[in-house]
Design a protein around this ligand. Sequence first.
Ligand code: LR7
Ligand code: MN
Length: 578
Amino acid sequence: AAPRVNAPSPQPVPAPGAPPKKPLPPLKKKNAGKGAGAGAAVADAGAGAGPDADVVGGVLVAPRDGPAALLDGPGENGRPVVLPTNMSTDMKRLVDEGWLKNAFNQYASDLISVRRKLPDPRDAWCKAPGRYLPNADLPATSVIVCFHNEAWTVLLRTVHSVLDRSPPELLKEIVLVDDFSDMPHTKRQLEDYMAHYPKVKIVRATKREGLIRARLLGARHATAPVLTYLDSHCECTTGWLEPLLDRIARDPHTVVCPVIDVIDDNTLEYHWRDAGGVNVGGFDWNLQFNWHSVPERERQRHNNTAEPVWSPTMAGGLFSIDKAFFERLGTYDSGFDIWGGENLELSFKTWMCGGTLEIVPCSHVGHIFRKRSPYKWRSGVNVLKRNSVRLAQVWLDDYAKYYYQRVGYDLGDYGDVSARRELRQKLGCKSFQWYLDTVYPELFIPGEAVASGEVRNLGYGSRTCLDAPARKKDLHKPVGLFPCHRQGGNQYWMLSKTGEIRRDDACLDFSGYEVILYPCHGSKGNQFWQYNPKTQLIQHGSSKKCLAISENKQKLLMTECDRRKENQQWKFANYDPS
Ligand code: LR7
Ligand code: MN
């Protein structure tokens, strides 16, 4: 049932971004987090909300299960904050503004304590005595958090979760790098607040650097032997740090990532996966990062799902690395701007230049995943493409061509990469071929495809191509048609040796109604297509029908095969069955 809100008239709402009146007291066991947030809410024991959500009307919140003292307050214990549907217009305006500025629900965040408690998501395996080296034998870390216009309460919650949940002897300092924000709270207010926390250093960029150069700036101010990077909208859970540092203590060439749990962008609910559901990182030939379940060969290396797993790539934002090893690897390519690609650069070179990249299921950190980027990028340049071309130029060897195919071979101006190539030379790193064979054998290699590029229909003027986006969220949708543009992108397809028509992990799939994209399953069936280069028909394995286009060139059809009909004839680019 929809939760009922018993709020009388709207209460005055704390201004978003308002600082707390006084510095926070040290964390006490009993009432930790209570009243510490900018939006301390009034408890109303009588509200009829369900057991697992905080319904905040005006600012009324009901205490829930068990001893209220520990778990009251909106969002406590990682519970969702649900705003009422009948908001006043003033409240609605504030909520909308928060979304607009941050691409997450800042209003909800402002209602939650900046020191809220979270569930402990660790597997029992993680807590066995002697699991990690004693703290005295672990290296200390500097935690570096870069931000550009981060919401006040979200930034504070990141900092407090680090301060509250890291053993003091292992946390040397937190370096907050302000990448030239212009939100007022990132100025004096931040300095005043953090003055009460001597471990927190603030470093300011004097111009917009982008997150990659901001991270390098942070590293220059870090004094601990290990660097730990976090995004500015994270929450660390109990015991997050020790399992990371333990891996580095045992082998400083190990780069480690926590499990990244999802903090809901709307309700700020903390969702976590158990050790069995851990994913590892991969990438596709668009040089986009993606997640995969742990491959079978890796599962077999372990007795318990909570043990650290090898990962071909990292998401990028949350990891620990030995500072000396990071420097030996040449840190990041400082030619990378704003956002993107640096995670693959660091992943590839970690593996190729003598290190190991792991995901540590005993370490959990939450991150607010959002659906769009709220801040300004550079105008007039495709920053992400430029970063990716630099990456391909330096690290991908011959395999770079698969990325170039995807951008229509238009590399643009990517600057000078000679110093990065020299670095790779100097380090004597292994080849990308080695990386693919050894670290990421699951990746589909376009060179092993029978055809790659556009799939052009020969009917009605021969100007129509198969066209569809193939990101995760586009799956299950019908495959479309569009005038051929020869720029790769949504018209880039591969015909695999086993009869799939695919891009990355998405396959053309026909189950009798419409042709859709579906995750490739590798067992033929509805994803099995036979191309006959003589007749140019594409015949579907299980239905025996042929792929065709409608007369208005808008719709993909599946019809009885007829080799005389041009609208059933297709030309695959770069067809080479040998
Ligand atoms: O110009 C900028 N300057 C900055 O300081 C742009 C961004 N930033 C900061 C920003 O405030 C944030 O703290 O950089 C951080 C990352 O930016 P987000 O949060 O807008 O991006 P994201 O979470 O989508 O970024 C993911 O990919 C990036 C690629 O460059 C980085 O590697 C991020 O760190 C990475 N985040 C994660 O890995 C968390 C899990 C997301 C996934 C998958
Ligand atoms: Mn982020």
